[in-house]
Design a binder for this molecule. Structure first.
Ligand code: PGA
Length: 239
């Protein structure tokens, strides 16, 4: 695991965008896994600007998002589809047919999870997976537990995740309790992983990544077993 520490969130965001753009420039048909959350917003802003300036071309890129809430329509302003459309899809030249995000409104969730995994496999797997990290160590919505699930699956969110995400909703009661997420198997099969960690509330989970212990109680520690992980972290989150 390679770690690069930045003085500020803005510097981290620029470096994250440069990293992703370099991967796309070396493989224009990159299969790219993407996160939502507050942390990647700056990266998406930089990538959107770089696309407009002709520095990165999404025309042949395929994206797969990590997760989506269950029960929110795409048009809901807290759905992850809405977030991605606002922060990236509508700003760059990604082709609509190359955008993938789990369908949190599917009537048959079992079929939806299997179809999502098959589509990733049919594309040859993820070339690059970009990840954020929850204050509880979750990656995607793989929550701390006594075990982790490898394929895409539905999950009941932990109380701490509902607390963390309540800031985006009018009230805590409005936060969906369930989600569909790629599993740790999907993430670990990505050829390369870029993890973004920002803010003092991530200090504890970030510190655990230095300790060499892999535990489902901190799902991000799974990444200690992946051969190609780069962590971009700001000094607020670094110990
Ligand atoms: P954040 O969320 O970037 O808003 O902190 C990260 C996550 O929960 O994965």
């Amino acid at each position: 695991m390679k770690k690069i520490v930045f003085d500020s969130y803005d510097q981290l965001s620029k470096a994250a965008a440069d990293f992703v753009a370099a991967e796309i420039n070396s493989k224009p048909n990159l299969v790219l896994g993407l996160p939502t959350g507050g942390t990647p917003v700056g990266m998406y802003k930089n990538l959107s600007e770089m696309n407009k300036e002709g520095k990165v071309d999404f025309a042949n890129v395929t994206t797969f998002n990590l997760d989506e809430y269950l029960g929110l329509e795409r048009s809901h302003d807290q759905s992850y589809w809405y977030f991605m459309n606002k922060n990236l899809y509508s700003n760059v030249n990604l082709k609509e047919e190359n955008i993938n995000i789990p369908n949190g409104m599917a009537t048959d969730m079992d079929a939806e999870t299997k179809a999502y995994d098959k589509k990733i496999e049919d594309m040859g797997g993820l070339d690059l997976m970009v990840l954020g990290i929850g204050p509880n160590g979750h990656i995607g919505f793989n929550e701390p537990d006594s075990y982790l699930i490898a394929p895409t699956h539905t999950v009941t969110l932990t109380e701490s995740t509902i607390d963390a995400n309540a800031r985006f909703f009018t009230s805590r009661e409005d936060v969906p309790k369930k989600a569909i997420t790629m599993g740790v198997g999907n993430i670990m099969k990505a050829k390369k992983i870029l993890m973004l960690i920002s803010g003092a509330n991530k200090k504890a989970v970030a510190k655990a990544l230095n300790e060499g212990i892999v535990t489902p109680q901190n799902p991000a520690t799974m990444l200690l077993m992946h051969p190609d992980v780069t962590v971009l972290i700001d000094k607020d989150a670094d110990q």
